[in-house]
Write a new protein. Structure first.
Length: 222
């Protein structure tokens, strides 16, 4: 009898914890939903988040950053989407994109002097380039070409080609911290014993440190 009582109490506690966590998460999402309905984010804003995968963890270690993924907010028929290089390059509804990240946390940044650069002709060029990139494979090898793209490469190239702006200097793979076992394991899995250390790359952290951007909204990503 005593064992049954203890088991019953344990189940109640577990259900209570699950209910609390679910409610807390739902509050985060509902809070975000209310915010995005106000339209405080603008087309062209850059949104960062933290995803949890072997590659993302390795990227955070190599760049010493809290960010592992990035995309561009865009509008389609009055609805907000994130243009992102996942598999494949696609447009993801903004609320779904937020919920996919760890704990729904995100940071949104905006171009300084936005109105100077985001004129109609430039925006049209950006949308044309984005449309051409849709459906392309995500580049897990981080090659600097348009055949395949990774997340921060897509963002960097849109701003460079449409607005003639380099949001940040490009780096070489060897410029990052490749010393941790997790990073080395991912490199070996991708390239074997000879990673392309001189390949030009750009990381989400490089974009986040751009002097051309400022923070618009930060949701608990300190």
């Amino acid at each position: 009898m005593r064992n049954k009582t203890l088991l019953f109490l344990a189940v109640l506690i577990a259900l209570s914890i699950f209910s609390y966590v679910s409610t807390a998460r739902e509050e985060v999402y509902n809070s975000f939903d209310k915010k995005i309905q106000k339209g405080q984010f603008l087309e062209g804003d850059i949104i960062f988040q933290n995803l949890d995968s072997d590659q993302c963890r390795a990227a955070k270690l190599a760049t010493r950053s809290k960010f592992s993924h990035v995309g561009i907010i865009t509008l389609e028929k009055g609805k907000e989407f994130v243009l992102e290089a996942v598999e494949p390059v696609c447009m993801t509804p903004l609320d779904e994109w937020i919920k996919r990240g760890n704990n729904g946390f995100y940071t949104v940044m905006r171009l300084k002097d936005r109105d100077k650069y985001l004129i109609a002709t430039n925006v049209s060029t950006a949308k044309k380039f984005a449309k051409e990139m849709l459906g392309k494979h995500c580049d897990i090898f981080f090659n600097w070409s348009d055949d395949q793209l990774y997340c921060s490469e897509l963002v960097w190239k849109i701003y460079q080609r449409a607005f003639k702006l380099q949001l940040c200097p490009l780096k070489k793979m060897k410029d990052f911290d490749l010393s941790s076992p997790e990073v080395r394991a991912v490199l070996e899995m991708r390239y074997g014993k000879n990673p392309p250390l001189d390949e030009l790359v750009v990381a989400p952290s490089d974009l986040a440190e751009s002097k051309l951007l400022y923070v618009v909204e930060k949701n608990n990503l300190k």
